[in-house]
Design a protein around this ligand. Structure first.
Ligand SMILES: Cc1ncc(COP(=O)(O)O)c(C=O)c1O
Length: 366
């Protein structure tokens, strides 16, 4: 049996006729950038996230940059970020000239540890970016409490947790302004690059819309130095369709996670995902940990099972961040996760037999 790490086959087959008709309509529409499909998606995604405003942009990195710019975060400011995240979170902070200040994750949930945030706040700190990593919503109540006490803005990085909640409230609805990605492999994925910001503030929404479109609300009148980061009509059309299925697809991911949990619990040397009280995961990734990670990955590959590592090198040890002079040992929890984590296949369409095959082989390895 072969089990790829990720397959779009089942999702795409399910909606293939509708995808074709969206494409057909798109070709003949004569309108390709910032039109009715984008407006419709912004309305649908804001209602899914339970916020009044959503602004579609070109990708998740731009969404973070636009969120930071909307808040006027700039050169010399400090922004608190998780030490354990995809590098995009840090790169966005650097792109506006600010300094990423890493905070270690909770070793059980892999999300930023709210208890450790306070000691990293300085007079230059302007914002906190919690990342809902692997699909699990961060402990937002605790994070918001710290942010309010210190008058800091909060920008959720919700690239990996479309549909997750904390105490019943959706990821992407907590922060002042929040960023997400619809990169194809995400729970809600486009057929190319796409992203969005969500917010409860009309002022931040209007600023984000101007920033994504050359700093202009009225064509050829430029109020600020903006970017070209617009969501395509075609991607918006596809996303509108896929959004209708997202709850069902997330449900499938969750039941796969339950199956792994049942099949793999009790295996010594293996750490399974844990969910913080009040939080919920939509299992963008199902990440296990073991000291014998590399050996296990090879063993599974030899049996036709695809796995990936999210992420092998934490941002503070990447060449791109040599300027910050961090070294190994500075963020030991992030480093331990990077050295031991392994993501198993989890996607709509993965069958119970395949989950069993993966689990049996993991047990056979140990
Ligand atoms: C946590 C996180 N933040 C930001 C991004 C950036 O999104 P994009 O690849 O759409 O720029 C990603 C995805 O790649 C991500 O996983």
């Amino acid at each position: 049996m072969r089990v790829p790490f990720l397959s779009f086959e089942q999702m795409n087959t399910e909606i293939s006729d509708e995808l074709k008709s969206i494409f057909e309509h798109f070709i003949h529409s004569g309108w390709y950038i910032l039109g009715e499909r984008v407006k419709e998606f912004e309305k649908n995604y804001s209602s899914f996230t339970q916020v009044p405003f959503c602004c579609g942009v070109a990708n998740g990195l731009d969404a973070l940059i636009i969120a930071l710019k909307a808040l006027n975060i700039e050169q010399g400011d400090e922004v608190i970020v998780p030490s354990n995240t995809y590098i995009a979170t840090w790169l966005a902070v650097s792109a506006v000239g600010a300094i990423p200040v890493p905070v270690e994750p909770n070793v059980e949930t892999y999300n930023i540890n709210p208890v450790l945030i306070k000691e990293r706040i300085s007079s230059r700190t302007k914002a906190i970016i919690p990342v809902h990593l692997y699909g699990q919503c961060c402990e937002m109540d605790a994070i918001l409490k710290i942010a309010h006490a210190h008058k800091l803005a909060v920008i959720e990085d919700n690239a990996q947790a479309h549909g997750a909640t904390h105490n019943g409230k959706p990821a992407g609805s907590f922060g002042d302004i929040n960023a997400t990605s619809f990169y194809p492999g995400k729970n809600l994925g486009a057929f190319g690059d796409a992203g969005a910001v969500t917010t409860n503030s009309i002022k931040l929404y209007e600023r984000a819309c101007i920033l994504r479109n050359y700093g202009s609300a009225v064509k050829y009148y430029n109020e600020i130095k903006g970017m070209n980061s617009r969501l395509d009509e075609l991607q918006a059309g596809f996303l509108n369709l896929k959004l209708q299925r997202l709850n069902e697809w997330n449900k499938q991911r969750k039941s796969i996670a339950v199956a792994y949990q049942n099949l793999l619990s009790g295996v010594d040397e293996l750490i399974l995902p844990k969910i913080a009280p009040g939080s919920d995961s939509v299992f963008h990734l199902y990440v296990i940990r073991t000291k014998r990670r590399d050996e296990l990955q090879q063993f599974l590959a030899n049996r036709g099972i695809g796995t990936l590592i999210h992420y092998p090198i934490p941002p503070h040890l990447q060449k791109a961040y040599t300027e910050l002079n961090y070294c190994r040992g500075d963020f030991p929890v992030a480093e331990e996760i990077a050295d031991t984590c392994l993501s198993l296949p989890v996607y709509p369409g993965l069958t119970p037999k395949e989950v069993e095959y993966v689990s049996q082989n993991i047990k056979a390895f140990f």
